[in-house]
Design a protein around this ligand. Structure first.
Ligand SMILES: [Zn+2]
Length: 159
Protein backbone atom coordinates (compact mmCIF):
# COMPACT_ATOMS: atom_id res chain seq x y z
CA UNK A 1 0.00 0.00 0.00
CA UNK A 2 1.67 3.20 -1.13
CA UNK A 3 0.30 6.11 0.86
CA UNK A 4 3.51 8.14 0.91
CA UNK A 5 1.74 11.09 -0.75
CA UNK A 6 -0.84 11.22 2.01
CA UNK A 7 0.40 13.54 4.78
CA UNK A 8 -2.02 11.96 7.27
CA UNK A 9 -0.85 8.40 6.66
CA UNK A 10 1.80 8.07 9.45
CA UNK A 11 -0.74 8.90 12.18
CA UNK A 12 -3.45 6.91 10.48
CA UNK A 13 -1.22 3.87 10.00
CA UNK A 14 -0.14 3.78 13.64
CA UNK A 15 -3.76 4.21 14.66
CA UNK A 16 -4.80 1.34 12.40
CA UNK A 17 -2.00 -0.83 13.80
CA UNK A 18 -3.08 -0.01 17.35
CA UNK A 19 -6.73 -0.82 16.73
CA UNK A 20 -6.01 -3.98 14.73
CA UNK A 21 -3.49 -5.32 17.23
CA UNK A 22 -5.90 -4.77 20.12
CA UNK A 23 -8.63 -6.41 18.05
CA UNK A 24 -6.61 -9.53 17.22
CA UNK A 25 -5.57 -9.84 20.86
CA UNK A 26 -9.21 -10.29 21.84
CA UNK A 27 -10.53 -11.96 18.69
CA UNK A 28 -9.14 -14.78 16.62
CA UNK A 29 -8.57 -13.63 13.07
CA UNK A 30 -7.60 -16.01 10.27
CA UNK A 31 -4.31 -14.84 8.74
CA UNK A 32 -6.09 -14.46 5.41
CA UNK A 33 -8.71 -12.18 6.97
CA UNK A 34 -6.21 -9.84 8.59
CA UNK A 35 -5.87 -7.60 5.54
CA UNK A 36 -9.66 -7.33 5.42
CA UNK A 37 -9.75 -6.23 9.06
CA UNK A 38 -6.97 -3.72 8.49
CA UNK A 39 -8.70 -2.36 5.42
CA UNK A 40 -12.04 -2.01 7.23
CA UNK A 41 -10.39 -0.15 10.13
CA UNK A 42 -8.42 2.02 7.74
CA UNK A 43 -11.48 2.98 5.69
CA UNK A 44 -13.49 3.67 8.85
CA UNK A 45 -10.78 5.96 10.16
CA UNK A 46 -10.55 7.78 6.83
CA UNK A 47 -14.21 8.75 7.05
CA UNK A 48 -13.99 9.83 10.71
CA UNK A 49 -13.94 13.56 11.30
CA UNK A 50 -14.98 14.41 7.78
CA UNK A 51 -18.45 15.85 7.30
CA UNK A 52 -20.55 13.45 5.26
CA UNK A 53 -19.99 14.41 1.65
CA UNK A 54 -23.04 16.46 0.76
CA UNK A 55 -25.05 14.96 -2.01
CA UNK A 56 -26.75 17.73 -3.97
CA UNK A 57 -30.40 17.23 -4.93
CA UNK A 58 -29.50 18.24 -8.47
CA UNK A 59 -26.23 18.88 -10.24
CA UNK A 60 -24.86 22.27 -9.24
CA UNK A 61 -24.62 23.25 -12.91
CA UNK A 62 -28.37 22.58 -13.22
CA UNK A 63 -29.37 24.34 -10.01
CA UNK A 64 -29.52 27.84 -11.48
CA UNK A 65 -31.58 28.19 -14.62
CA UNK A 66 -33.27 31.11 -16.36
CA UNK A 67 -36.72 30.49 -14.91
CA UNK A 68 -35.99 28.94 -11.49
CA UNK A 69 -33.28 27.99 -9.01
CA UNK A 70 -33.10 24.64 -7.17
CA UNK A 71 -32.12 24.14 -3.52
CA UNK A 72 -29.14 21.75 -3.49
CA UNK A 73 -30.14 20.54 -0.02
CA UNK A 74 -33.68 19.39 -0.67
CA UNK A 75 -34.49 19.97 -4.33
CA UNK A 76 -36.96 22.79 -3.62
CA UNK A 77 -37.52 24.87 -6.73
CA UNK A 78 -38.37 28.55 -6.82
CA UNK A 79 -37.58 31.98 -8.15
CA UNK A 80 -35.14 32.85 -5.36
CA UNK A 81 -33.39 30.72 -2.74
CA UNK A 82 -32.51 33.34 -0.13
CA UNK A 83 -35.76 33.09 1.83
CA UNK A 84 -36.01 29.30 1.44
CA UNK A 85 -32.51 28.42 2.71
CA UNK A 86 -33.00 30.73 5.69
CA UNK A 87 -36.42 29.32 6.61
CA UNK A 88 -35.80 25.63 5.89
CA UNK A 89 -32.08 25.13 6.49
CA UNK A 90 -31.10 28.09 8.69
CA UNK A 91 -28.48 29.20 6.20
CA UNK A 92 -27.70 32.62 4.85
CA UNK A 93 -26.34 33.05 1.34
CA UNK A 94 -22.70 32.84 2.50
CA UNK A 95 -23.32 29.65 4.54
CA UNK A 96 -25.10 28.09 1.60
CA UNK A 97 -22.33 29.03 -0.83
CA UNK A 98 -19.68 27.66 1.56
CA UNK A 99 -21.66 24.44 2.11
CA UNK A 100 -21.74 23.67 -1.58
CA UNK A 101 -18.46 25.40 -2.51
CA UNK A 102 -20.33 27.74 -4.83
CA UNK A 103 -18.50 30.66 -6.42
CA UNK A 104 -19.81 34.13 -5.62
CA UNK A 105 -20.94 34.35 -9.24
CA UNK A 106 -23.35 31.44 -8.75
CA UNK A 107 -26.87 32.83 -8.90
CA UNK A 108 -29.30 32.22 -6.04
CA UNK A 109 -32.15 33.86 -7.99
CA UNK A 110 -33.51 32.89 -11.37
CA UNK A 111 -32.25 35.10 -14.18
CA UNK A 112 -35.79 35.75 -15.41
CA UNK A 113 -36.84 36.77 -11.90
CA UNK A 114 -34.14 39.42 -11.66
CA UNK A 115 -34.97 40.63 -15.18
CA UNK A 116 -38.69 40.78 -14.37
CA UNK A 117 -38.04 42.92 -11.33
CA UNK A 118 -36.17 45.51 -13.37
CA UNK A 119 -38.82 45.21 -16.10
CA UNK A 120 -41.54 45.97 -13.53
CA UNK A 121 -39.64 49.07 -12.50
CA UNK A 122 -39.43 50.15 -16.15
CA UNK A 123 -43.13 49.43 -16.76
CA UNK A 124 -44.05 51.51 -13.74
CA UNK A 125 -42.05 54.39 -15.16
CA UNK A 126 -43.68 53.93 -18.61
CA UNK A 127 -47.20 53.82 -17.13
CA UNK A 128 -46.59 57.08 -15.36
CA UNK A 129 -45.34 58.89 -18.47
CA UNK A 130 -48.21 57.38 -20.55
CA UNK A 131 -50.77 58.88 -18.15
CA UNK A 132 -49.15 62.24 -18.66
CA UNK A 133 -49.40 61.90 -22.47
CA UNK A 134 -53.10 60.92 -22.32
CA UNK A 135 -53.98 63.86 -20.12
CA UNK A 136 -52.20 66.24 -22.47
CA UNK A 137 -53.96 64.76 -25.54
CA UNK A 138 -57.40 65.18 -23.95
CA UNK A 139 -56.65 68.78 -23.12
CA UNK A 140 -55.61 69.45 -26.75
CA UNK A 141 -58.76 67.77 -28.14
CA UNK A 142 -61.10 69.77 -25.93
CA UNK A 143 -59.62 73.15 -26.70
CA UNK A 144 -60.72 73.63 -30.37
CA UNK A 145 -64.46 73.23 -29.59
CA UNK A 146 -65.13 76.65 -28.05
CA UNK A 147 -63.05 78.28 -30.77
CA UNK A 148 -65.05 76.55 -33.55
CA UNK A 149 -68.29 77.57 -31.88
CA UNK A 150 -67.04 81.10 -31.77
CA UNK A 151 -66.04 80.98 -35.44
CA UNK A 152 -69.50 79.72 -36.44
CA UNK A 153 -71.24 82.49 -34.58
CA UNK A 154 -69.00 85.27 -35.90
CA UNK A 155 -69.98 85.02 -39.62
CA UNK A 156 -73.67 85.31 -38.62
CA UNK A 157 -72.96 88.55 -36.74
CA UNK A 158 -70.96 90.08 -39.63
CA UNK A 159 -73.61 90.69 -42.34
ZN1 LIG B 1 -34.02 23.35 0.60
Amino acid sequence: MDTSDNPNSPDLQSLVAEIVSSYVRKNYVEPGDLSGVINTVYQSLLSVGKPPAPNPAVRISQSATRNYVVCLDCGWRGKTLTRHIRAKHGLNENDYRARWSLPSTHRLSATAYSEKRSAWAKQLGLAQSKTGVVEGAEAVQQQPEPEQAGLQIEPERQP
